[in-house]
Each structure stands twice: as C-alpha cells, then as structure tokens.
Ligand binder design. Structure first.
Ligand SMILES: NC(=O)c1ccc[n+]([C@@H]2O[C@H](COP(=O)([O-])OP(=O)(O)OC[C@H]3O[C@@H](n4cnc5c(N)ncnc54)[C@H](OP(=O)(O)O)[C@@H]3O)[C@@H](O)[C@H]2O)c1
Length: 122
C-alpha cells in the first residue's frame, strides 16, 4: 500500500483509502461481530493507532460526550460498526423493533459524529 501525502493507498487492500498506518482510526462498536472483524483486519494490515471505546466508556447516542471525545481524540477516520442488534431469535420475535432500533441508532451515532466533526472545525 502506498503511504503518500494524501493518505490514499493504491494496492488491492480493502483499506485502499487509508494509506498511513499511523492514522488515528476510531472503530465504533469494536467488540461486536462486525467491529471486531474490522479491528482484526486493520491490525493485520499494520494499522497501529486504533482508537477503541466500549459502550460503557462512550455512549455514542450521547451527543455531548461524543463531541468532547472527538475534540480530545481528533480521529482522522471513523468506522461505524456500533448498533443494537438482536440476533436471529430477537429479530424473528421483534422484527420491527430491531430493524428500527438498528437504523435509528446508526443514524443517531452518525449524526453525533458529524456534529462533533463540525464542532472541531469551528
Ligand atoms: N452481523 C452481521 O452479519 C452484519 C452484516 C451486515 C451488516 N451488519 C451491520 O453491522 C452493524 C453491527 O452489527 P454487529 O452484528 O457487529 O452487532 P453486535 O455484534 O451486536 O455489536 C454491536 C456493537 O455496538 C456497540 N454499541 C451498541 N450500542 C452502543 C452505544 N449506544 N454506544 C456505543 N457502542 C454501542 C456494542 O458495544 P459493547 O460491546 O461495548 O456493548 C457492540 O460492540 C449493524 O448495523 C448491522 O446491521 C451486520
């Protein structure tokens, strides 16, 4: 992978847009099924500056906590894998509940991230 000034890589890695191995990358939901696989792949690919917080360390639905986290940590990249996922049984039992909660939580986290990013730029 190329480590050019823009941080853009050019090889066939799935992480083609993150070239700098030292870039600070926040993986939200890193203990989950998806997040843990992403962390594993990033580490295998040589990324050394991963920023990880459990749900109890940082509730991503809390806007002011997310904003101060971003202001302090200033991650260069954010990967959002946090969600409220119920599994097969829960999804079968409460399909509408989990569908909406997953979508809403992901949106809520994303909106808080964008808001925190904008706070940093002002
Ligand atoms: N699993 C799949 O096969 C699959 C496939 C395609 C897409 N997806 C999507 O990928 C996303 C993640 O799914 P998953 O299966 O990895 O879920 P998961 O295993 O249940 O993991 C969810 C993660 O989100 C974190 N989390 C939940 N609420 C949070 C909050 N308010 N603040 C901070 N962290 C919070 C949890 O943190 P803690 O561990 O600290 O509690 C956990 O690490 C979902 O949107 C899902 O729809 C999943």
């Amino acid at each position: 992978m190329a480590d050019d000034a823009t941080g853009a890589g050019t090889d066939e890695s799935r992480f083609v847009y993150v070239g700098k191995k030292t870039a600070k990358i926040f993986v939200a939901g890193h203990r989950g099924l998806v997040g843990s696989a992403i962390v594993r792949k990033l580490r295998e690919s040589g990324f050394t500056n991963l920023l990880l917080r459990t749900h109890s360390e940082l509730d991503l639905t809390n806007q002011s906590d997310v904003e101060s986290f971003f202001a302090t940590e200033k991650p260069a990249y954010v990967i959002l894998a946090a969600a409220k996922v119920g599994g097969i049984h829960a999804n079968n039992t409460y399909p509408a509940y989990f569908k909406d909660l997953t979508t809403d939580l992901s949106w809520e986290c994303a909106i808080n991230f964008v808001s925190a990013q904008q706070e940093q730029e002002h």
